[in-house]
Design a protein around this ligand. Structure first.
Ligand code: PEP
Length: 246
């Protein structure tokens, strides 16, 4: 799976143009799932441009409640109406800039699954946590609490993205050894919690400063099932990343 998180970039006009480029270059891809996560306001336009392609569309954030007095928020009922398939949950920018807790993230994961969509649960340690030797503790806490109360069938519909916070948007990518160590740990934790068969069926993505120059070494790792890409998903480099993943 190769997923592109556009974050707060691209107006509807720019999004339509870029989605058109993706449709023409990688729209017929069948060997992997390709998903883009545009800003919510762009989604109707992007869905329309990508409707006859194999490129899926996800949303970067939702509120777990169905509707009501939550000014500025987007509900799952709204995004479902637009054929959105995936929802990013627990992205480090939501955790660290907007103060989302593991408990709130768990509420969102459950709401996404109950709505019949697939959450992409993002987890990852800060530089300070890594330097203190706390990486595995942080990953374990974020996964245990993020997936709390889920059945095995729900877990296989959840994608996990390992995104070390120090690698997001910094240009500093995890080494293949660092990525594999963390992702093997995530796989074995999932095995402990839900059984190895379930764990093998969960897709685990690496995210953090992926570029065409570093993706090949990461995508080959045993426990890496794809990439979640920020900056490099805004340009033609996203097309190159899909070619590399092939
Ligand atoms: C992200 O935002 O999920 C991300 C991985 O960003 P970048 O690729 O820019 O580091």
């Amino acid at each position: 799976m190769v997923a592109g998180n556009w974050k707060m970039n691209k107006s509807p006009t720019e999004a339509k143009l870029f989605a058109g480029l993706l449709a023409s270059k990688i729209g017929k891809e069948t060997v992997m799932d390709i998903v883009v996560f545009p800003p919510a306001i762009d989604i109707p336009f992007v869905v329309d441009v990508l409707k006859d392609t194999n490129i899926g569309v996800g949303v970067q954030n939702v509120h777990p409640k169905e509707k009501g007095a939550f000014t500025g928020e987007t509900s799952l009922l709204m995004v479902k109406d637009l054929s959105v398939e995936y929802v990013l949950v627990g992205h480090s920018e939501r955790r660290h800039i907007f103060g989302e807790s593991d408990e709130f993230i768990n509420e969102k994961v459950k709401a996404v699954l109950s709505a019949g969509l697939r959450p992409v649960l993002c987890v990852g340690e800060t530089l300070e946590e890594r330097e203190k030797g706390l990486t595995k503790n942080v990953l374990e806490r974020q996964i245990r609490l993020g997936l709390f109360g889920l059945e095995k069938e729900d877990v296989v519909n959840t994608v996990i993205a390992y995104e070390p916070v120090w690698a997001i948007g910094t240009g500093v990518v995890a080494t293949p050894e660092q990525a594999e160590e963390a992702m093997a740990f995530i796989r074995s934790l999932l095995g402990e919690l839900y059984g190895m068969e379930t764990a093998e069926n969960v897709r685990i993505l690496y995210g953090g400063s992926i570029k065409p120059e570093n993706f090949d070494a990461l995508i080959r790792l045993k426990n890496v099932d794809g990439g979640l890409v920020g900056g490099a998903s805004l340009k033609e480099s996203f097309i190159e990343l899909v070619e590399i993943a092939k």
